[in-house]
Design a protein around this ligand. Structure first.
Ligand code: SAH
Length: 530
């Protein structure tokens, strides 16, 4: 036993001493979609002491790093006021490694493809620093794939070349041999070429590529902002100018582009191009966001309610002492379940103390959470609302029954009132409280003013109430005006009624009052003919 403990202590010391020697991990972040980072890259990010990242690396990936990891943005976006020189970036990396840190140098796409990753890592090698390199999905393959273009195909071409369009093809001493390249590879993918597109096209035509060669230009590939246009060498310059396509974009030249008509899949997803604001409580897991993104939407999250514990638990503590006297406990939200059990456990009690009363949940999500605490709900109404729950209970008969409802301090009164009206003794006891959040108001107002939101989702009456109150009396008139061009989506009839009661329309209402039901209703509303 003793030796086991000593070994354990030894190992932890060893760990610390190992940490002293730092290392740089040059990691490809992939092209934009955070799901396209490698498993190795993800695991290194999860253990990083410091992350040094670029403009093209999706900031969502930073959330993988430990909360206390140091983050350095060294973006080099063209025209940005402050951009770090390569020397400064090298200096940051060297300093961090010397401090003994595990440094993830996160670069867009693949770090060794037009990313100056080679130069950065050469400096590490010159200085005798330890390093590793993790390849990434480069934007060329991602842009083509997400635009429905296989860059090679047996029926079309067996060769592909990646080139930079950054250098001015008109300059005398070009590093690119256009005469050989133009017809030397079946597919050409040009990075950083948008500004020079007219010159690139001119070179390709001059050196023998047919003016009818199909060309695709893809901007912000593999992100919800992806935009792509297609033409031929003859027409693409004008098409790109008309569409206002700017960097970052890739140019794909070759017969394979014609396959896009048949193989386009990413931009055909039902919610592609839709910008959706998801109002939610800070603590709620974002399953709605994940589901909408899966369908192609670009989501912005806005916490309208901040859920907090209570200052005083005397009331619920008193009820926990007399749980046996209850016939029913009703949970009307997942937070009700979570905070009720937190308190139960704090009192040294557990699921066994809930043997007596039957337990009902307002909906499936609430019942699913209850199940994780070891209890199967005795009743879930077929309509997942307070009314639905009241109806189901009335059917069973509630006269003379003692009913406990642990829930938010301020809540919907219809359920307890209906039950009381039918002769039940109802105790409504707070287990948590809610406050409106105003942090996201500015973001929402800005996006609405710029016409950059298509749909707003509401998953409870309190998200509606808190969303509106966030804007205050003074901001309400403008908010309502701005909401005219936007679809409002409610998870069910109660949330919908709260929207209407507040003078707002309900454009989408889920038939099944769940997150999946809401996603389905939004997809239907965006794909139905009118
Ligand atoms: N190392 C990166 C390339 C860096 S060079 C990689 O492997 O992808 C920067 C150029 O990459 C941009 O100018 C653009 O041409 C291209 N690029 C990077 N990400 C892109 C994206 N999501 N969509 C379109 N082009 C992208």
């Amino acid at each position: 036993m003793d030796s086991g403990i000593i070994r354990c202590i030894d190992e932890s010391n060893e760990d610390k001493s190992m940490k002293k020697s730092g290392k740089v991990y040059l990691v490809g972040a992939g092209p934009g979609d955070p799901g396209l980072i490698t498993v190795r890259g993800k695991s290194l990010l999860e253990k990083a002491d410091a992350v040094v990242y670029d403009y093209l690396a999706n900031p969502k990936l930073l959330q993988l790093a430990p909360a206390d990891a140091e983050l350095y943005y060294v973006g080099k976006k063209g025209g940005a006021k402050h951009s770090h020189t390569q020397e400064e970036i090298n200096g940051i990396l060297v300093k961090l490694v010397k401090e003994g840190k595990r440094v993830v140098r996160l670069k867009g796409g693949d770090p060794f493809i037009f990313g100056r990753g080679g130069e950065e890592i050469e400096v590490m090698a010159d200085q005798g620093m330890a390093f590793e390199v993790v390849p990434g999905v480069t934007s060329a393959t991602a842009a083509a794939t997400y635009a429905g273009i296989p860059i090679t195909h047996r029926g079309y071409t067996a060769t592909v070349a990646f080139l930079t369009g950054h250098e001015d093809p008109t300059k005398a001493a070009s590093n690119i041999d256009w005469a050989k390249l133009s017809t030397g590879a079946g597919t050409l993918v040009v990075y950083m070429g948008i500004k020079n597109l007219p010159n690139i096209v001119e070179k390709l035509l001059k050196y023998g590529r047919s003016p009818r060669t199909p060309v695709a230009v893809v901007r912000w590939a593999s992100t919800p902002r992806q935009r792509s246009v297609v033409g031929t060498l003859d027409t693409i310059t004008q098409i790109v100018a008309d569409a206002g396509i700017k960097a970052p974009a890739l140019i794909v030249v070759g017969e394979v582009v014609s396959l896009r008509d048949k193989l386009d899949w990413y931009e055909k997803r039902p919610l592609f191009g839709r910008r959706i604001l998801v109002t939610r409580t800070r603590q709620q897991a974002s399953t709605l966001v994940a589901g909408l993104e899966e369908q192609g939407a670009e989501c912005f999250e806005c916490s309208t309610i901040n859920i907090q514990p209570l200052e005083n638990y005397d009331e619920i503590d008193g009820e926990l002492e007399r749980l046996k006297e209850y016939h029913w406990i009703l949970f009307t939200s997942i937070n009700g379940v979570k905070y009720f059990f937190d308190r139960l456990h704090k009192k040294g009690m557990d699921a066994r103390d809930l043997k007596g009363p039957d337990i009902a949940c307002v909906g499936r999500a609430t019942a699913d959470l209850l199940f994780t605490y070891g209890i199967n709900a005795d009743l879930i109404p077929s309509t997942f609302t307070g009314e639905g729950l009241a109806e189901s209970l009335l059917d069973l008969g509630v006269e003379g029954r003692n009913i406990l409802i642990p829930r938010a301090k301020v809540g919907y009164e219809l359920l307890p009132e209906t039950l009381r009206g039918a002769g039940a003794q109802v105790s409504v006891v707070p287990v948590y409280q809610t406050f409106p959040e105003s942090a996201c108001m500015d973001m929402v107002r800005e996006k609405l003013r710029a016409g950059e939101l298509d749909i707003l989702t509401f998953t409870s009456s309190s998200t509606v109430r808190n969303f509106i109150s966030m804007f205050g009396e003074e901001g309400r008139e403008e908010l309502f005006k701005l909401l005219k061009g936007v679809k409002l989506a409610a998870i069910g009839p109660v949330t919908g009624k709260t929207l209407r009661d507040n003078g707002l329309p309900v454009d989408v209402e889920a038939k099944e009052h769940t997150i999946d039901g809401l996603i389905e209703a939004i997809v239907d509303s965006c794909t139905s003919p009118d």
